[in-house]
Design a protein around this ligand. Sequence first.
Ligand code: CUA
Length: 340
Amino acid sequence: MNHKKHLAIASALVVLVSGITYLILDAIYQLPAARSAEAVPIDELFRGHFILISFLFALVVVFMGYSLVAFRRRPGDDSDGEFIHGSNSLEVAWTVIPLFLVIGFGVWGWNVLDEVTASKPNEIMVEVTGQKWQWSFHYPELGQYANTPDLVVPVNTTIRLEMESRDVLHSFWVPEFRVKKDLLPGQKTTLRITPTDEGTYKIRCAEICGQRHAYMLADVRVLSATEYASWESEILAIASLPPAEQGQRLWQANCSSCHSLDGTALVGPTWQGIYGRQEALVDGSSVTVDEEYIQESIYEPNVKIVAGFQPNLMPQNYATILSDQDVANIIEFMKTLAQP
Ligand code: CUA
């Protein structure tokens, strides 16, 4: 067989093995269905890499395997192999072609990154807070009641997430949206998502952050424009409720994960029968729970610590989140929480 024939067979095999390898890779690294605008260019980038990887794999393995079989030593053949000193054109080709391929993929990746991180018209901004081991979401445009444990967003709108951690590194990741970004303590990071399909998806923490890292989950609920508008007006309507009911909503949004209403001690003291009771403090003194004490405990939680509880657990930034009026509404709510 002459060289041309060998080359033709090997080339056909390269095409065949490339195709098979691509199908295998595609089956193994199956991603969940794409549900965001950002997912489209990212999936194309993945596909491009898979095709290139499959081709390079076939190129190396087929030529090696083919040579082992086609040019093996035949029985009785004791002659030396042909002496080849090298091939300049081949060496230039296998240096220059991969160089341009790598540069090309680099430029492609850069463009995709530019595209998915670029600011878009009519973005909705949501503040994301990560802490061990939960997510919380705040909608600054909807006022102080808009704190939610799940992310609620309208479909086909770009959401700009301004993210920060209260403690260690966390990472915001919704596999269906493809994009992912870390949350850092003391430094804001930004991530943009544009959900394209209504439905509920899981937000996962993708940065190992301690004991309950695997359970640091939340839902992202993608609503139609109409459903989102009615969700928004529900939140805005809270501001016109009677003070005690507003206080209850504030408790739900800000305090409920640490302060129970049923007598259970969580991270902080229960609010059951809290207003007017005597509270023993860690320094041995005691205090009556009145308006002044409550306001101080919300704005400067470390000044007086109730016996049996730890300092530094309550966030110390409520003075920037809750106004004096909010605190007054919370106190009105506390007054309705009688002793059992
Ligand atoms: Cu937060 Cu892992």
